[in-house]
Design a protein around this ligand. Structure first.
Ligand code: SF4
Ligand code: SF4
Length: 157
């Protein structure tokens, strides 16, 4: 994310990559990661993914960090899952603006005191980059699995 963004300035702390069940992956995400890493899709699914109640997620290591995080850096940055690319500009912020401050408790890059209207505008603009044709009405879609991340410590949400 740009350091000129008025509501977010990532501190590169890597804390958003901590916690099981935090990163949902679509089939499209898995294919992109497989192509980037050279890992066969089956190997990737069995070794680097796990099933959670709401779908397939990236696995975590014995320190509870995403298996693709290496020394606090994402090793698959060019192809990281959509929800990683979007964070912290997620539909839940449009649905409930108060989520921004809540997310800011876990993510030091979030400027918690940013004006809510600016947060809303930035979130919508960023989502329209990653989801062509996205409108605020689509933020209410309950079946949007990649937006189901829990809004608690160290997780994208
Ligand atoms: S927790 Fe927030 S500030 Fe830290 S790396 Fe993740 S997005 Fe950046
Ligand atoms: S894929 Fe990369 S950005 Fe996403 S949780 Fe894993 S290490 Fe973090």
């Amino acid at each position: 994310m740009s350091h000129e963004n008025p509501v977010f300035d990532c501190k590169q702390c890597g804390e958003c990559c901590v916690g099981f069940g935090g990163t949902y992956v679509s089939s499209e995400d898995i294919l992109a990661i497989a192509a980037f890493t050279g890992m066969p899709e089956d190997t990737l699914r069995s070794g680097s993914c796990q099933e959670s109640a709401n779908g397939t997620v990236l696995a975590v290591d014995n320190e509870n960090r995403c298996v693709f995080q290496k020394q606090k850096i994402c090793s698959i940055h060019p192809v990281k899952p959509r929800m990683c690319r979007e964070w912290p500009f997620i539909p839940a912020v449009l649905r409930q603006p108060g989520n921004w401050r809540l997310m800011g408790d876990a993510c030091p890059g979030i400027i918690k005191d940013a004006p809510p209207e600016t947060v809303y505008e930035q979130t919508l603009a960023e989502l329209q980059k990653t989801r062509p044709g996205f409108t605020p009405e689509k933020a209410t879609a309950p079946a949007d699995a990649p937006d189901k991340k829990p809004l608690h410590s160290g997780q994208k949400g």
